[in-house]
Design a protein around this ligand. Sequence first.
Ligand code: F0G
Length: 463
Amino acid sequence: MTHTIIEPFKIKSVEPINFTTREYREKAIRDAYYNLFLLKADDVLIDLLTDSGTAAMSSRQWAAIMDGDESYAGSRSFFKFEKVVKDLTGLEYVIPTHQGRAAEKILFTTVGGPGKVIPSNTHFDTTRANVEFSGAEAVDLPVASALETDKRADFKGDIDLNKLEALIKKTGVERIPLCIMTVTNNSVGGQPVSMKNLRETKSLLTKYGIPLFIDACRFAENAYFIKTREPGYASKSVTEIAKEMFSYADGCTMSAKKDALVNIGGFLAVNDSTLADKARSLLIMTEGFPTYGGLAGRDLDAMAQGLNEVLDEDYLKYRIRSVEYFGDKLEKEGVPVLVPTGGHAVFLDARRFLPNVPANQYPGQAIAVEMYIEGGIRSVEIGSVMFGKEVDGKFIGANLELVRLAIPRRVYTQSHIDYAAEAIVEVFKRRDKIPGYRISYEAPYLRHFTAHFEPVLKGTVNE
Ligand code: F0G
C-alpha cells in the first residue's frame, strides 16, 4: 500500500529560481536595511512571504483566461463568475473587486463610521485598517487557546461567544452593524473556525438582529479542516461543508488571491439589496463598472475556474498535508512552531526560539533575517515589528512574536520544503549567536513594509 500524499498535478511550465551565495545574501539583506520586504524577489530562493496572489494557475485557468470577455458592461465572464459565487455562497448580490481589501474598503465605508464597533474572531490587518479608517472600532475576540502557541486544539480560530455577547450588551446593538468571522483565522496562525462556532455565532447574532459576515479568503482550507476534525462532517463533501459555512452568512468579503487560486481578484457578496446598491455606487467611483469591478474580464474567468478547482478534495488533502509536513519536520528537530499547523502557513514562535532577544529587539525579525542569510528563504515577522508601538516613550509589544512561512499554492515541491526545513534547523542550532534588531527608520502607518533595521551588536555603542 502506498501512503505518500503526492502533488495532485504534473508541471507543464517552469520558472527558474536564482541561487545566490551566503556572502551575496549578507550584502543583499544589509542593503535592504534588514527588511525582507525591501529585497528584490530575484534575490530570494524560496519565497514564503505570503500565500496571497502567488498561486500557480492550472492549465484550465489559463485556458479560461483566453476565453475572457473584455466588454466594459455585461461581460460574459462576469455572468460565469457570478453564477459560481452564487452557487457556492447562496448570496444574492455579487460585486467583483480587484482584491480583498477593496471589498473591505467598500463594505466598511458603507456600514462603518465613528461610534460603530465591529467584532471579529480576529481582524486581518487590512480589515482592521479599513474599519478604523472609517472611524469605527475593530474588536478582536479570539478564544483563549488562540494565544497558547504550544497547545494543540482543533479550532483555535473560533470566536469567544461569551465575550461577543458581553460586547453586544455593553456596546448596544445599534452601534454594531455586523460581526465578521475570518476563516481560517490568519492572524492567530491560519487556524480554522468550527461549524459549531459559526452556527452558534449566527444564532447569537440573530437574537440581536446583527448580520454575520465572513472574511472568506481561505474558506476551502477551513472547510477541509471541518471535514477532517469536526464530528459529523467526515462523510460530507467539502463543497457541502463550504455551502453550509456560507449559509450562516449575510455577506462575505473575499480575497480571491488565496482560495480562488488566482494572482489578482476579490469580491463582496451580500443579501441586503440596499447595501448592495450603496456598495455598487462606491464601486463605480473607485473600482469600475459592476460587471468588472477593477479587473479584466479574463480575471473573472480565472476566478470562476479557481473557485471550482479549490474544492477538489485531492488538492485540499495535499495542500493541508504539505503545510503540516513542513511544521512536523521542524517540530521533530525541536524548533518551536505554533501547533497545530495552520492551513496556509507554518508559524515559528520567536519568543521560544530566541528567548534571549527581548521583544523590543524584535526576535521574529532576527530569525527572518537569519533564514534569508542561511538559505535564501523569505518569511514575514508577525509580532512587535508589525503590531508593537511606543506610547509616551514606552514600548508596548505584540501579543505573540511569530514568524510566518506562508506556502504559495501549487508552487513548491516537497524537496523545496525539505530544503527550507534544513536551513531553518541550521539557524535554530546557532540561535545563541543571533543578534536582536532596532528600528532606525519607520513610517507613521504599517511600518513593517518600509522600516529600516540595524543589528544590536553586543559590546558596541549599538547595544
Ligand atoms: N483578509 C485576510 C484574512 C487576509 O489574509 C488578507 C490578505 C486580506 C483579507 C486582504 O486581501 O490582500 O487581497 O487585499 N492577506 C495577505 C497575507 C496579504 O499575506 O496574509 P488582499
